[in-house]
Design a protein around this ligand. Structure first.
Ligand SMILES: Cc1cc2nc3c(=O)[nH]c(=O)nc-3n(C[C@H](O)[C@H](O)[C@H](O)COP(=O)(O)OP(=O)(O)OC[C@H]3O[C@@H](n4cnc5c(N)ncnc54)[C@H](O)[C@@H]3O)c2cc1C
Length: 466
């Protein structure tokens, strides 16, 4: 292929691309947001394609080895209840039917409730769920660029094993987690904390062949593993290098297998690794596995029940908590989380607290009324956080939606991503021809979401928008 080059760049020659297909809605990314978006769009009659760079679905939940749904449960009148409902319920049922869903587990003095799952069951359940809803899938396709027509995306360009191809659609939903498509389309964004760092990533792993009764007795309590780490350091300073405090070590459905969330990936400057930098991302994979080897040595030597354990899985990729967040019509903020904010244009609920993975530690901040026996300790998510300012036929859902760094540290959890995805998919399928997402009437959308099972408190949608 003819090309011109200079010292630091090379110019690729223009070329014609085959068109893979034409759709009503194309969803990019098969994580919690993309799953809910594509199922919802297809259910509302849109010819829907989901494009995913890997050969399986689940996003960070599978590729990042998260193995846990957070944010589905929140406290209301002092009682923990499930406050995220909608299409996600079908996914939970399907994972459960495959024997892969754990019973809810409480933590943080009853302030959080989560559900762990088996990664393989999640992958199979997600395949079956999307196919049953009529979603078309294109795996192993990496969204690489867009073709613009004014403020409209007219085609998505993907790299595949068949070469570069174009996909046309009326509407696009970016659920890539990194806002890749929004970025290609010129949507302004903020990266991490806006000061060269952000929520630190972690490479997740699972340890099997654990003596469950002894391990549960020793470190079944949330705090116990961190006390053991501190004692080991006090006993023999420097023997183990821990990347952070606040290790999260939890049993899976089968308690002889434990999920370990303990690594922390820094770049050469000591800041959070930038997941949009190819070199840092590559180096981060090496660093994650180095830290896992080191931590596993600690587990085997110091933690009762782990003496004969083995690493049974390291996540396919370093787990990314935060990268680009788009600038949309509203940015969900930390104050919205702390004040259990309500919005006129609510699309559902976020029930996860702020979980700020900073240098060497995790800072948890709960809704101010979390321990109150009266009222709701969770916030609504506004429709406007999905709507980018600069492009008319694009929505952005999931961890890269419009939020501040603090707001995202909460609403990045799977529960809120499912909620955002369902709203985005429903809106994309029901948008009138020629209408902009920015101009839609939210009331009919809220009505549809309610009919489709999304949970709204009685007073939801009644608040004044800030
Ligand atoms: C270490 C770690 C632990 C966590 N723990 C929990 C937890 O316990 N519970 C919980 O609920 N949440 C947890 N989270 C957060 C949660 O998993 C994510 O924030 C959530 O998965 C985000 O969903 P999403 O759909 O927005 O994006 P993602 O899950 O990131 O999905 C994005 C999808 O897009 C695909 N993609 C990306 N770029 C492209 C491209 N250019 N072309 C094609 N496809 C692309 C990816 O392969 C992926 O499938 C954790 C996150 C991490 C990293």
């Amino acid at each position: 292929m003819p090309a011109s080059s200079s010292l630091n760049t090379i110019t690729e020659a223009a070329r014609s691309l085959p068109i893979y297909g034409e759709f009503d809605v194309v969803v990019i990314g098969g994580g919690p947001a993309g799953l809910a978006a594509s199922v919802s769009a297809a259910r509302h009659g849109a010819r829907t394609l989901l494009v995913e760079r890997y050969g399986f679905l689940g996003g960070m939940g599978t590729a990042g080895g998260v193995t846990n749904f957070a944010g589905l449960y929140g406290r209301h009148d002092g009682e923990m209840r499930q406050v995220v409902h909608g299409v996600v319920d079908e996914l939970l049922e399907r994972i459960d039917a495959l024997g892969g869903l754990n019973a809810p587990q409480d933590g943080m003095q009853g302030r959080i409730r989560v559900r762990s799952y088996d990664v393989s069951a999640y992958k199979c359940a997600a395949d079956q769920w999307l196919l049953a809803a009529g979603v078309q899938l294109l795996f192993h396709a990496w969204a690489a660029a867009v073709v613009m027509d004014g403020r409209h995306i007219s085609a998505l360009l993907v790299e595949t094993k068949s070469g570069r191809q174009a996909i046309r659609a009326q509407r696009f939903i970016d659920c890539s987690g990194d806002a890749d498509v929004a970025h290609f389309a010129g949507v302004p964004f903020e990266l991490g904390d806006g000061q060269g760092s952000g929520l630190f990533p972690s490479t997740m792993f699972r340890v099997g062949h654990v003596d469950a009764p002894r391990a549960l007795a020793a470190v079944g309590e949330f705090k116990a593993i961190n006390e053991l780490m501190a004692q080991s350091q006090a006993k023999a300073p420097g023997r183990y290098q821990f990347a952070r405090e606040g290790a999260i070590l939890r049993p899976q459905k089968n308690p002889s297998e434990w999920r370990v969330n303990v690594t922390q990936i820094r770049n050469a400057a000591g800041q959070a690794m930038d997941a949009t930098d190819a070199r840092q991302l590559s180096d981060g994979e090496l660093e994650g596995r180095r830290q896992i080897s080191e931590y596993f040595r600690f587990l085997r030597n110091e933690v009762p029940g782990f003496e004969h354990s083995a690493i049974v899985d390291i996540a396919p990729q370093v787990g990314i908590r935060e990268s680009r967040r788009i600038q949309g019509l509203y940015a969900l903020s930390g104050e919205d989380i702390l004040s259990s904010a309500r919005f006129d244009d609510a699309i559902g609920i976020n029930a996860w607290p702020m979980e700020l993975h900073g240098q060497g530690r995790i800072d948890w901040q709960f809704a101010r009324n979390i321990d109150s026996p009266i009222g709701r300790a969770y916030n609504e998510l506004p429709w406007r956080m999905l709507v980018p300012e600069a492009v008319d036929n694009l929505l952005v859902a999931g961890r890269c939606a419009s939020m501040t760094h603090q707001g995202q540290s909460a609403a990045r959890a799977s529960g809120a991503c499912f909620v955002m995805g369902q709203a985005a998919g429903t809106a994309a399928a029901t948008l009138q021809a020629g209408q902009r997402f920015a101009d839609i009437d939210v009331k009919p959308l809220q009505q549809r979401l309610k009919q489709d099972g999304v949970y709204f408190d009685a007073a939801d949608g009644q608040a004044q928008s800030p």
